[in-house]
Design a protein around this ligand. Sequence first.
Ligand SMILES: [Fe+2]
Length: 383
Amino acid sequence: MAREFLVPKKIINGEGALAKAAPAFARCGSKALIVTDAVMKELGNLQMLTEALDASGVQYSVYDEVNAEPTDTVVHKGVRRFASDECNFLIALGGGSPMDAMKAIALMNGYEGKISDFMGKRFTRPACPMVAIPTTAGTGSEATQFTIITDTAAQVKMLIASESLIPDVAVIDPAFTKSAPHGVTATTGLDALCHAIESYTSRKAQALSEVFSLSAAKLILENLGKCCETPDDLSARSAMSLAALQAGIGFNNASVTIIHGMSRPIGAMFHVPHGLSNALLMEACLRFALTGAPGRFAAVARYCGIASDANDNAAAESLIERIHALLIELQIPTMSELGIERGAYCSVLEKMADDALASGSPQNTWRQPSKQDIIELYKEIYR
Ligand SMILES: [Fe+2]
């Protein structure tokens, strides 16, 4: 059956990408609203961007209030800034949060309602031009049609999707990722690994997405540990930035599955960063999903060179064992270490399971989870 395959119009990837992006900035518009967070300013990343904009003759205004995973409040304020500062395009600088906020602001430009109006709807509303500059190697948001915005009143992470949310230009400069601390490098890298494996083992996988998903999984398993151990290893950082982009392209065209479906409710209820909530779920969810498509998981293991066994179940098991070891190596904390109390957690299991299923992502898993399956998995991962 014929399938669509979507990527950004222009991708500028590799060392020196920011310097090379000047003409692309100027083609997007004359004044940008830079959507970022205060840390980007402290690290000097914002200055690197503004110097590049000065060189290309593009004016800008800075909205640096996306200091956590974006909420409807942050988005609505950004929309007002975009209009009052008379900007005509957007640049996101940062991790997934500024990129997701940028997409929602671009979509809302000139719209009178609320961002929640778009949740779960098919729409073709055009967004204004967008440039995404990731400073972590993880979310892949620079290449996707998705944005996740928290509805503060409902305590729900809204998944909003439209082709018009794919950034026009993605600038992937690995130099930015060197400043990411260990925890951010580890959890965002694991987010990308989830994108790669979930998209390859999704019911919606297609021939083109599989290429990107497999390549990403291999690069991540070979380089994530190196980035955490030696933060200045630019070769490993470059490989991870490329992998995060590839994984983003993979899941943009094949969707994610059970891990992401179950991860968003944990993030919304307990304010756990996205990559970390994925990491908490990863091993248990993959073990659950494996029996629905052992051949798919075995193919990932064989491509990544961690299994040569002809038996699919044995090869797939090698992948889970490799991930188990990686999670220990990266020192992922437990829920109790994160300060999530068992009583509070158990009291919202029903809501989290309902919200997970409502997102539609768990249904992309070959082994379809019931609500009870999801509740049991949530219980299993509490430590
Ligand atoms: Fe993700």
